[in-house]
Design a protein around this ligand. Structure first.
Ligand SMILES: Cc1cc2nc3c(=O)[nH]c(=O)nc-3n(C[C@H](O)[C@H](O)[C@H](O)COP(=O)(O)OP(=O)(O)OC[C@H]3O[C@@H](n4cnc5c(N)ncnc54)[C@H](O)[C@@H]3O)c2cc1C
Length: 303
């Protein structure tokens, strides 16, 4: 049976690829094995080899919700790439998008075709695969509201299934997808909306974000999920933690749920800042904020 090492030897998998440039925080050491996938078949070939040599798996989108350790990832990283970035708007209003399509591209493509609903994606710098896995959302909407189904490869069994939205367990910034489930494509329903209306909605979203979020900085969006009926940013701000920092990472002065990395910062600084903000908020308010960003690889728990 073909192993991952065989595939690496044959050049199908790359070795020791640095993950930092592939994430919005620009943190992260090397992946032991790395596949930039353009076709479903490549992923299935690698999945079959994974059965012969089980190693940890990370599916990487646009890295806009990830904090990767400097030690990197000791297993297999699969990143859907350009060949899987198509977006097709059908006559019946269904939209088929590949996993690697960016969410802003989906929003803009739909608006240009006179289809509405997905405008909220214009401000989320992730991929369609990441949108499904995280149930990405904002501006009063989310992925679950528009998703019809996702095409998913179970990397442990090397099988592909079309899973209806109801089978994905989507909830606020959550899905039941496992780390070994790879979304290859998604189908959305949309509604008829004149192009200029869709574009106006997107302009307003972009304006709001520029005004309220620290654009142009190294971050991964909201660090914590909002607790029911409240906003993590408001709670952190109320706790007096705007501007609070560990090493080269600070709580944004503009939006307290964005933690911004500066030159020379480390992923460990961010890990420590998240832990300390969580502890201080818990001590002060009794609220235990749950991280939305995902930490990948080993980090040191410090107290
Ligand atoms: C400036 C900024 C603003 C943001 N605003 C928002 C917002 O308004 N709303 C919001 O919800 N999020 C927001 N985010 C967070 C992030 O963009 C979303 O969570 C996005 O959906 C993540 O997509 P990604 O492709 O970057 O996923 P990644 O960060 O690469 O991965 C995130 C998770 O999804 C999994 N994953 C990625 N691709 C796939 C795939 N093809 N199949 C299966 N699993 C996959 C990964 O394994 C990981 O668990 C923001 C981030 C930034 C930097």
């Amino acid at each position: 049976m073909t192993t991952l090492a065989d595939l690496a030897g044959a050049g199908v998998l790359a070795g020791e690829v640095m993950l930092a440039p592939l994430t919005t925080y620009r943190f992260g050491g090397p992946a032991r094995y790395y596949l930039e996938a353009h076709h479903e078949e490549e992923i299935l070939e690698v999945a079959a080899a994974l059965a012969a040599e089980p190693v940890p798996v990370l599916v990487l989108g646009r890295g806009s919700n990830l904090v990767v350790s400097p030690q990197g990832f000791p297993g297999l990283v699969i990143r859907p790439a350009q060949g899987m970035a198509g977006v097709a708007v059908r006559g019946d209003g269904l939209v088929a998008a590949g996993a690697a399509a960016s969410q802003p591209a989906v929003a803009r493509r739909c608006a240009a075709a006179g289809r509405g609903g997905l405008e909220f994606m214009v401000g989320i710098p992730g991929s369609v695969g990441g949108a499904v896995r995280m149930n990405a959302g904002g501006h009063g909407s989310d992925t679950a509201s528009w998703l019809v189904s996702a095409r998913v490869i179970d990397l442990l069994r090397a099988v592909v299934t079309e899973r209806p939205v109801g089978a994905l367990g989507l909830a606020y910034r959550h899905s039941d997808l496992a780390d070994t489930d790879l979304v290859v494509a998604a189908t959305f329903h949309t509604l008829a909306r004149p192009r200029r209306e869709g574009e106006a909605i997107m302009r307003e979203i972009v304006r709001w974000r520029k005004q309220n979020q620290p654009g142009g900085t190294l971050n991964a969006g909201s660090v914590f999920k909002n607790p029911p009926g409240d906003a993590a940013g408001r709670i952190i701000d109320q706790a007096g933690l705007k501007g609070f920092r560990v090493g080269g990472v600070a709580v944004s002065e503009k939006h307290a749920n964005f933690f911004v990395a500066e030159a020379g910062a480390s992923a460990q600084d961010l890990f420590d800042l998240v832990a300390e903000v969580r502890r201080r908020v818990r001590d002060r308010t009794g609220i235990d904020l749950e991280p939305e960003v995902r930490f990948v690889g080993p980090f040191e728990e410090r107290r």
